[in-house]
Design a protein around this ligand. Sequence first.
Ligand SMILES: Nc1ncnc2c1ncn2[C@@H]1O[C@H](COP(=O)(O)OP(=O)(O)OP(=O)(O)O)[C@@H](O)[C@H]1O
Length: 344
Amino acid sequence: MADDTSRKRKVRGKKITASREQKDGRKAKKQLARTASNAGERNGDSPLSDPETVVPEPFVETDAVRSLRDRINGWLEADQPVHLIGPTGCGKTALALSAAAERGRPVVWLNGDEAVDTAALVGSHAGGERYEENDQFVSGVSKKTEIVRERWVDNPLSVAVREGATLVYNEFSRSDPAAHNVLLSVFEEGVLERPGKHGDDRTIDVHPEFRAILTSNDVEYAGVHEQQDALLDRFIGVHVDYYDDETEREIVAAHVDLSEDEIATIVDTTRALRDDLEIVVGTRAAITAAKGLTVFDGNTENDEDGKFDDETLANVFTDVLAPKIAGENGGDIDDLRSQITETV
Ligand SMILES: Nc1ncnc2c1ncn2[C@@H]1O[C@H](COP(=O)(O)OP(=O)(O)OP(=O)(O)O)[C@@H](O)[C@H]1O
């Protein structure tokens, strides 16, 4: 019988553990990212998650959100992988997870980065596995033989195609395009080949319920790694942008405890800055600014008309957006502050 270590399996991902109790979607996302970077560190985990546990909390559903999600799920139903492309912080990840959950199949999460190679997708050998065979064929004679066998560990793509899961591959375009060669035969021929694995089970037949949703930042998509055309050709591309102001207000309101007027001021400012500034001002920036304003606007609680002091508003947005400027010289931040003050 296999000894104890042989039963432990190492996998690159682990379960998505975001729970309903988590107040902030960002927390869930961070946790998901950690999940992927925990590659191979944990034993006995499967990267499969229950669909009910993957949607970040809070998650707001407006007509705009539902319509996009229906579009994604429609294409998945038509057995087409979907590539969500859009600016930073517009809600791609939350949307992808919500669409994945909607399918009701297990979800496998994968985070793209430079370190993702073919082995990280499909699996690899993970050292030897020791067996002891007790041969008592001849009565009264006991012969023990130790056998060492190479242990193979499947990674998220292998698990997802075998189990018919929905693969959510976040920041897909950050990974090296060469790692994605294995995806071609998955989508084209319904077969996953596991290079490095020998014998009959070198390939896995893709489960009929396997689907994939990929997300990419629109700037990185064009700029970081050019993914091969043959692969991109097989995806449906859904370009997403920032939501309408009503939806953005509802999203921000779901994350912080502020009045309707205050939320409206924050979202209006965010949208004006989005138009005026050259840097990306996402919905995440609006949520972060709202969180800051609950602390820095001293009058928030007694403020009858729900107006923030302009200077506080400008300061908070400057801090929120400051990481986006290179900051090569002090002038950049001053420029940013004065542009924001002007808009406010
Ligand atoms: N429908 C929604 N309901 C509630 N919060 C949402 C919703 N959509 C997005 N958010 C929030 O907006 C922020 C940005 O969303 P998300 O992380 O999904 O964007 P993204 O486009 O994937 O960003 P990035 O490109 O940086 O990965 C997060 O804090 C997320 O919780």
